[in-house]
Design a protein around this ligand. Structure first.
Ligand code: ATP
Ligand code: MG
Length: 340
């Protein structure tokens, strides 16, 4: 069969499972805006509320987090007139294709997912079925738009690889080349921002400790305090990057500085070689405040008009649905489902 060439298209999502962190900004949002502005491919960005409820969410908080996340996207440079911006549950195609993919993906594939193991912990009998099936829905999020490029942080690499496996298996099972096999796009100096309290754990919006992360809504004093209290070691910064081996907390702060300043990590190390964290941390705090405070004030401005945010989401959902609905219709037909 001749290979179908799929039109390049970008899709990515963020869960409204809490407030946005510096990790979400550097690993995802900042790059979403850059990709949009390069203008090489259409960009579709989604607030994945169906993923958020795989862990119980207070309904009022979920509503607020969805709007705040929308404000965070816009404040970080995603322009709803250039990108499609919407929430997942408003476009039925995600759930429809998600079910078909539940029947394509294999149990063994899901059991290998490290995010499930991390999130379920020792309690895996008691977590929701949705948390386990999450990667099949994520595959649907991407493939319901025939997206070819998926910008994500390093932690999502395994899920995008599973999406590729699902696309390939669907195509093989049904003798078609309907779905593209999408590429993860993991780029930049901070593809995995670590917790400020533990350099071996990823910074997450759902971490119980607020001191583990910088929130995009933190004020200047809070950012400075969190960086001052960030775990480090007693050694000064080394001459070269090699000297940061085995020092995950120090490496993390250097990476954050690099990503925020647009410099390479080795340039940052060269600039601060031999300096103590007592010098480096205040410089990092100043840089973080300088970069994040315009985003945070734009977010609060946008949040003053939730009706406008809802209008933006509704318009985005309409545009998204116009792409997704015909793809779902065709997928149902391939599988052998009849009806409109
Ligand atoms: P949760 O704790 O609820 O899973 P999260 O902070 O991991 O929240 P997600 O909504 O799961 O955020 O992920 C949204 C995007 O942000 C994904 O592309 C993910 O790879 C990226 N991301 C999340 N955390 C980090 C991080 N610490 N460093 C870099 N990128 C990150
Ligand atoms: Mg996550």
């Amino acid at each position: 069969m001749a290979e179908v060439v799929h039109t390049p298209r970008v899709f990515s999502g963020i869960q409204p499972s809490g407030g946005l962190t510096l990790g979400n900004y550097l690993g995802a949002l900042k790059r979403f805006g850059e990709t949009q502005d390069q203008g090489e491919m259409p960009t579709i960005y989604c607030i994945v509320d169906m993923h958020a409820i795989t862990v119980w969410q207070d309904p009022e908080k979920l509503r607020h987090a969805t709007r705040a996340l929308t404000a965070g996207f816009i404040a970080s440079g995603i322009d709803p007139t250039k990108s499609i911006l919407f929430n997942q549950s408003a476009v039925p195609g995600h759930a429809q294709l998600g079910w078909i993919f539940n029947c394509v993906a294999r149990l063994g594939w899901m059991q290998r997912m490290t995010q499930f193991k991390d999130k379920a912990g020792k309690n895996s009998e008691n977590v929701s079925l949705g948390l386990f099936a999450y990667p099949a829905l994520m595959a649907a999020d991407i493939l319901v738009y025939h997206a070819t490029h998926v910008p994500v942080g390093e932690d999502q690499k395994q899920h995008v690889e599973l999406t590729r496996d699902i696309a390939i298996k669907f195509n093989n099972d049904y003798g078609t080349d309907f779905f593209p096999v999408p590429e993860p796009v993991i780029e930049g100096a901070a593809t995995r921002v670590m917790s400020l309290r533990d350099g071996t754990k990823k910074m997450s919006k759902s971490d119980p400790s607020d001191m583990s992360r910088i929130n995009l809504t933190d004020d200047a004093d809070t950012i400075a305090k969190k960086i001052r209290k960030a775990k480090t070691d007693p050694e000064p910064l080394p001459e070269t990057l090699d000297g940061l081996e085995g020092r995950p907390e120090a490496r993390n702060l250097v990476n954050i500085y690099a990503a925020l300043s647009g410099k390479a990590a080795d340039e940052v190390v060269a600039e601060y070689a031999g300096q103590q964290f007592g010098t480096f941390k205040p410089a990092l705090a100043d840089l973080a405040v300088e970069r994040l405070s315009p985003i945070s004030s734009e977010m609060s401005r946008l949040m003053q008009d939730p009706a406008e945010i809802d209008r933006i989401l509704a318009h985005g959902a309409e545009q998204a649905n116009a792409i997704a609905a015909p793809i779902v219709r065709r997928a149902r037909d391939i599988v052998g489902m009849v009806g409109a």
